[in-house]
Design a protein around this ligand. Structure first.
Ligand code: 28G
Length: 634
């Protein structure tokens, strides 16, 4: 590896850390839990960069009881040599904001941090304290900052060591962040994803708040990743792994068919997820469709008069993973969040690699190829049937007579203001009755759900489009469904799922969320899907009475109130109309949880797992993964 000469002077001095503290959102997006996790990603990305450059095979991440985050890599140690300003390199890195992200990497590949990285100094600016220890060239060095990046003492040469690497410890600043309550699942998902993409690097994750620890290391990289993504699904054939490079773009592709109806794409550029896709995904999908059609014709399955299979038929049940490494000079991103790849060369690189290797694979595995073509043929016929059913559903949207049955009866709002109106989806007729009685009928609409909600992850499109319960919801929201969904036509500003606080209730929540995720995704993306929060208890004595929404709060009241009586609400039906209004529906006093799906792949992967008979993992998962961050009187 060619090493550039480093004297610490190339780092540009731009602005003080004070600017970061004044407007943290500009640097890390927000000061909620998402922004909080950003601090970890920032430091972790630096550790990952170092190991990607070939230095260090282990990375340690620890969440401590006092919310200290400790990250250690076993690389070369962050440089401590003196900069011409008189500051050490490590101090410069941790106190000076860098223009356009981070310093160059050794290899010319801007990696993880290079894409969204704002630099370690931003983390320092937003920390109560931050300590960096560098184990470098035989010595241990340490520097400490407090209160948003003010150095405390000097860079200290602690003494000799035979270790090499970097250790960073920090506590996020309480006065800046809404909470320091790190989510283990969020961190785990990110760490595990990095471990898949960084074949052979071990990630040791520890949570000292509850003595959890896990190590992630995968020696088969994306092959392990795709198997993991499909592990709870019935696979068809083996994972197909294609690897190569063209025009200095490294391409890694993994494909796995399952008997599911949905398709999933995971694309990465220099280890960062490109959730809005881009040219690499286009190249991949074009190549797959082309190869399969070629194969179907070559084998005589498709005759001359037959039409080609469409991409969506070819991709039914297909999970696709594509990971590129692109040198910095070829990187182009698009879109508001810069998470869509624009590089034209990425398209041709992926297309040519997959075209060549998939054609060869099908040739070598003819029997599998034939099974696949038959499956795709079935998908194509089902698509025709679904199209007919969907046209019916769309007629509903345009207000024509419906040719299918609607389930419950919508009690609509009196005004028609899509900017303020709310649709409550309520579990069961009896709770539906109370909700109707209690609501503010000016802007709140109630739709009681009667039947079971379909698990859309398990059913064909045709079944979904014919399902009475879902059709009723589609019809009420009025914005179409699937490809035709147009959020501008939605009749409601908020869709609020209101279920009992029990296992069945959480099951219904999950099924509805799955449906919205698969068929009305913009509704979730725009933060318009909510979960109502009915109280779990009422505690009262002669002096006072309170509705209680959590077990912790109940415990608090128990400790402060003298004699009391507790009512446990098992279901919505146990509250009368005015209680339901007061506790759960009144915008002045209610708590709504906004559903934001942080990690779409986690949801789609987890849903089938959770739909089993075991209720515990499901409840736990909802608690930990659906981001309940829109608390309060929105
Ligand atoms: C533990 C948590 C976070 C890091 C290093 C190692 C070097 C380095 C980091 O250099 C400046 C600019 C481009 C090379 C590089 C050490 C070369 C020689 C490094 C980390 C120099 C920064 N010796 N390890 N930065 N580059 N780990 N972990 O931050 O040319 S940052």
């Amino acid at each position: 590896m060619v090493q550039k000469h480093y004297d610490g002077s190339s780092i540009q001095v731009l602005e003080g850390l004070q600017a970061v503290r004044k407007r943290p959102g500009m640097y890390i997006g927000s000061t909620d839990i998402r922004g909080l996790h950003h601090l970890i990603w920032e430091i972790l990305d630096n550790a990952i960069d170092e190991s990607l450059n070939g230095y260090g095979k282990n990375i340690y991440i620890t969440i401590e009881k006092d919310n200290t985050i400790e990250i250690i890599d076993t690389g070369r140690g962050v440089p401590v040599d003196e900069h011409k300003s008189g500051k050490s390199a490590v101090e410069v890195i941790y106190t000076i904001l860098h223009a356009g992200g981070k310093f160059d990497t050794d290899s010319g590949y801007k990696t993880a941090g290079g894409l969204h990285g704002v630099g370690a100094s931003v983390v320092n600016a937003l920390s109560e304290y931050l300590e960096v220890t560098s184990f470098k060239d035989g010595y241990e060095y340490k520097i400490r900052f407090e209160n948003g990046g003010a150095r405390v003492g000097q860079l200290e040469k602690v003494g000799p060591t035979n270790k090499t690497g970097t250790k960073v410890r920090f506590i996020a600043d309480q006065s800046i962040f809404e909470s320091l309550n790190y989510n283990y699942q969020t961190i785990k998902a990110r760490v595990q994803e990095s471990a898949f993409l960084l074949e052979g690097i071990s990630f040791h994750l520890k949570d000292l708040r509850n003595d959890k620890h896990e190590t992630f290391v995968y020696h088969e990289g994306i092959k392990s990743f795709i198997s993991f993504l499909c592990e709870d699904h019935t696979t068809i054939g083996k994972p197909m792994i294609f690897r190569g490079s063209s025009q200095s773009i490294g391409v890694d592709v993994a494909l796995q068919y399952t008997d599911d109806y949905s398709e999933n794409t995971y694309s990465y550029v220099n280890l960062v997820r490109t959730k809005d896709g881009g040219t690499h995904e286009v190249g991949l999908k074009t190549a797959i469709t082309k190869c399969i059609n070629d194969f179907a014709r070559k084998t005589g399955f498709l005759k001359e008069k037959d039409k080609n299979f469409e991409g969506s038929d070819v991709r039914e049940g297909l999970t696709m993973l594509v990971s590129l490494s692109i040198p910095e000079n070829l990187l182009e991103f698009e879109g508001q969040t810069k998470s869509k790849l624009g590089s034209p060369l990425a398209r041709s690189a992926v297309d040519s690699l997959v075209s060549e290797k998939l054609a060869y694979y099908l040739e070598e595995n003819r029997e599998f190829g034939m099974t696949l073509v038959k499956k795709i043929q079935r998908a194509a016929s089902a698509r025709d049937a679904a199209r007919k059913a969907r046209e019916q559903a769309r007629q509903g949207k345009k207000g024509k007579k419906l040719e299918f049955e609607l389930s419950g009866k919508l009690s609509n709002a009196q005004t028609k203001n899509p900017k303020i109106n709310e649709l409550y989806l309520v579990e069961g007729d009896s709770a539906g009755g109370s909700a109707k009685g209690g609501r503010d009928s000016k802007f709140q609409a109630i739709l009681p759900l009667r039947g079971k909600v379909l698990n859309v992850e398990k059913e064909s499109l045709e079944t979904v489009y014919k399902n009475v319960e879902l059709n009723t919801i589609i019809h009420c929201i009025g914005a179409g469904v699937g490809l035709e969904f147009d959020i501008n036509d939605a009749n409601y500003d908020k869709v609020i799922i209101m279920t009992d606080a029990d296992v069945d209730g959480s099951h219904i929540q999950l099924l509805l969320l799955t449906f919205f995720y698969r068929f009305m995704r913009p509704l979730i993306e725009e933060g318009r899907v909510y979960l109502a929060q009915p109280p779990l208890y009422k505690i009262q004595n002669k002096q006072e009475s309170h509705y209680v929404y959590s077990d912790e709060k109940l415990q608090e009241y128990r400790e402060t109130m003298k004699s009391y009586e507790i009512t446990r609400y098992k279901g919505l039906g146990e509250m009368n109309a005015s209680q339901l209004w007061e506790t759960t529906m009144n915008p002045e006093t209610r708590t709504l949880l906004k559903v934001t799906i942080d990690d779409a792949h986690q949801i789609s992967r987890t849903i089938s797992l959770l739909m089993g008979k075991d209720a515990e993992p499901r409840k736990e998962w909802i608690g930990e993964n659906v981001d309940f961050d829109g608390i309060g009187n929105d």
